[in-house]
Design a protein around this ligand. Sequence first.
Ligand code: XMP
Length: 556
Amino acid sequence: TLLVLDFGSQYSHLITRRLRDLQIYSELLPCTANISELPWKPKGIILSGGPYSVYEKDAPHVNWAQLSSLGVPILGICYGLQEIAWHFDNSNVLAGEKREYGHARVKIEKHKGEAVHADKLFNGLGNEMDVYMSHGDKLSHIPQSFSVIADTPNAPLAAIVHNTKPIYGIQFHPEVTHTPKGTELLRNFAVDICEARQHWTMDEFVGKEIARIRALVGEKGQVIGAVSGGVDSTVAAKLMNEAIGPRFHAILVDNGLLRQDEAKTVHKTLTEDLGIRLTVVDASQRFLDELRGVTEPEKKRRIIGRNFIEVFQEEAKKIEEAAASSPQAGEIEWLLQGTLYPDVIESISFKGPSATIKTHHNVGGLPGIMHLKLIEPLRELFKEQVILHFRLRCRLYFICNVPSGGPINARHVILPNARTKLGIPERLVWRHPFPGPGLAIRVLGEVTESQLAIARHADVIFQEEIVAGGFYREISQSFAAVLPVKAVGVAGDKRIWAQVISLRAVQTTDFMTADFWYPPKEFIKKVSLRITNEVNGVSRVVFDLTSKPPGTIEME
Ligand code: XMP
């Protein structure tokens, strides 16, 4: 395991990400963490970048006594480099403020002074490499007992190494993709210098996680959790099911705001395909009653959130009462949550001396209300790891469409019966995200049965055509929304005054920003014609050409 100490750089989490791509397990902790109390000993430490200057009054510093007593190799990146220089050299090591952002080309130094560990960091990376610089401070001179191992015209001390210890500092960021050989440099550090083992695979993760869940929950413990049919909750539920079988109870709240046949499909997938113990609670009427007359999006969200918690709690109570009469099972003490690593990082990153630390976001505050302990099987994983692993597992199923050895890309057909390693159906793994408040935020204005029926029907047509056209995978999310206006049209020989459907499709990797997807003319013509012909109560179809920002993905 490698330990990454975070000084607050926007790239810190990418360091752990790259290491995990290399199958090296790594953890990120704030730079102020008490590392002498870690339950494990890291094989190496990486000090991240950060927005500070080491001489600032409030500048964060690691506990060097603790760090030195570990006696493991250290790599400082950007601020981490300055932190090392600041620690090892009493004189002022900074050449004042001179900002440098963007591409630079570093020359690997051939004459490395007397440093014994000099060669390993840049081993195999050639004489020069392209790097990404993003820093304010830079070093003014080589700190005592260090040698230079790389330079650029602008930063003559782009990389340094301690003369006798495996302690390195680099001015540039190897963790970003703009440093093309950055991952190789991190590999050199982690594998060759720290001797970390590259054995962190998803298979191993799954096995270990199942064992961890069993140990945590014990022989009789029971767990409940909400599922939505999305990838995260399904994968988390499947892991629970592998670990403790029917002592895990999944609950799907049908809020009446799901898409066509969604509750049925999720039920089939989870129970028949994955063998998960699932209760579907049909609370449609309750949600619709509560939403009557409400048009304001935030108010809709609050109503849906509150009712979700109430319904979930009522169902949990029923399960608990039923479980209490069974002598084989203990109390329900645990709540499953599909927390992913970015949420964990968000709560542990170093936010500076004054920043408050955000707690994990969670499903509508359920854990607090229910006094249950949280179990989070995905908390070590990035979204892409959850998705990609389970996608790539089924690569062979796509053989007809995947260029040999090439990456799976957008145009490969979705095979309805393909399965991933954990048995998760392929169509589910590729599924576009669907928001918790469901169609209520895709029916603008008041949510009524008839508006929901229009939204469902139009969406089915849009999705069918997207799949048929082979576009499903190049689009990250797509939906039909019902606008809260009517427009005039002609149907047959009659004038109609009916709803307007807005179609939206976006491309994004992180859903924080997104570009609208530009539909091919023949495709969109067909979708438009089908919707106006087949969906009752629609006079027009428009296509949303707004990216995010300034739009959001959902319309609300
Ligand atoms: P926005 O509309 O904020 O959405 O650009 C970004 C992504 O988040 C999804 N989304 C939600 N997902 N509960 C969810 O589970 C919600 O309340 C919610 N609101 C937005 C949205 O579908 C998009 O993928």
